[in-house]
Design a protein around this ligand. Structure first.
Ligand SMILES: [Zn+2]
Length: 277
């Protein structure tokens, strides 16, 4: 062996020996501190109480897909609308998903509060035996940080996909957007808002329709002389009379004498949902 090789070997052994010594020393100190430190004993039981936080739930992945019947529909596909539709449809399940994630988050916050109060109250309070106090405190602090349960970052990914296959399967088109947790939470709450608004509008409409009674209908016909307010014809001319909302219910019109008029079927159907001029 050359001198260089000998020096190299000695150095390599020395480094290996020193690192073994370091590891051994660390393990020795760690053992002493773990046995004595009140902060670490308490942390161990705290972590046990919150053991469910270390079992990370599986991430949520979901794909919604729709097939459209033409290339034009594929090109103009409205993802925003489609996503809202999916959200409204699966609303109850999605609310549960969000609640679970939020509950997990709250539980972690509770853990952090207790971890921090333990740190402030108990760390550095143990009088060290068989170890210098400053070394004891340093090791204790290191283990205390290391043993903190890490925060779980829930992963959630929603894919909204649209596909189109040309006749005879010649060409296949596919595109998608994806939502993360943030987009999902925003999308869900705006979809719920839309859904609530929709159902309250439907409710208002049904309420107005239900106010149209036989008596009210007769009052309107009587007031208008049993003639169409637009063309003036009466049932003697072989037409059918309708009682019509001047301002339609769908546009907020009320069911009362002031907003009702007599129209023949022809004039009424021609009018549809537009305002009469
Ligand atoms: Zn008429």
């Amino acid at each position: 062996m050359s001198t260089d090789a000998v020096v190299f070997h000695i150095l390599a052994y020395a480094i290996a020996f020193l690192s073994l010594l370091r590891i051994g020393l660390w393990a020795y100190r760690r053992k002493i501190v773990l046995l004595q430190s009140q902060a670490l004993i308490d942390l161990k039981s705290l972590n046990k109480d919150f053991a469910d936080l270390s079992h990370r739930p599986t991430s949520v992945n979901k794909t919604f897909s729709r097939t459209v019947s033409s290339k034009a529909k594929f090109d103009n596909f409205n993802f925003e609308y489609y996503a809202a539709e999916c959200m409204i449809e699966g609303k109850d399940d999605f609310i549960k998903v969000i609640e679970n994630l939020n509950q997990q988050k709250r539980r972690y916050q509770e853990y952090v509060l207790r971890y921090e109060s333990l740190r402030d109250l108990k760390l550095k309070t143990t009088s060290a035996r068989r170890l210098r106090q400053d070394i004891f405190n340093k090791v204790e602090h290191r283990i205390f940080s290391h043993k903190k349960i890490k925060e779980y970052q829930p992963s959630l990914k929603f894919y909204f996909m649209v596909t189109y296959t040309s006749p005879k399967g010649k060409n296949h088109y596919e595109k998608h957007i994806s939502w993360d947790l943030d987009a999902f939470q925003k999308g869900l709450s705006s979809a719920i808002e839309t859904a609530n608004k929709m159902s309250s509008e439907t409710f208002q409409r049904n309420l107005e329709r239900s106010k149209m009674t036989r008596t009210l209908r007769y009052k309107v016909l009587d007031r208008d002389g049993h003639r169409c307010k637009k063309c003036g014809r009466s049932p003697q001319d072989g037409i059918i009379l309708h009682v019509d909302h001047i301002n339609p219910i769908s546009k907020g019109g009320k069911t009362n004498l002031g907003n009702l008029q007599t129209l023949c079927a022809d004039c009424n159907l021609g009018k549809s949902n537009r305002y009469i001029d």
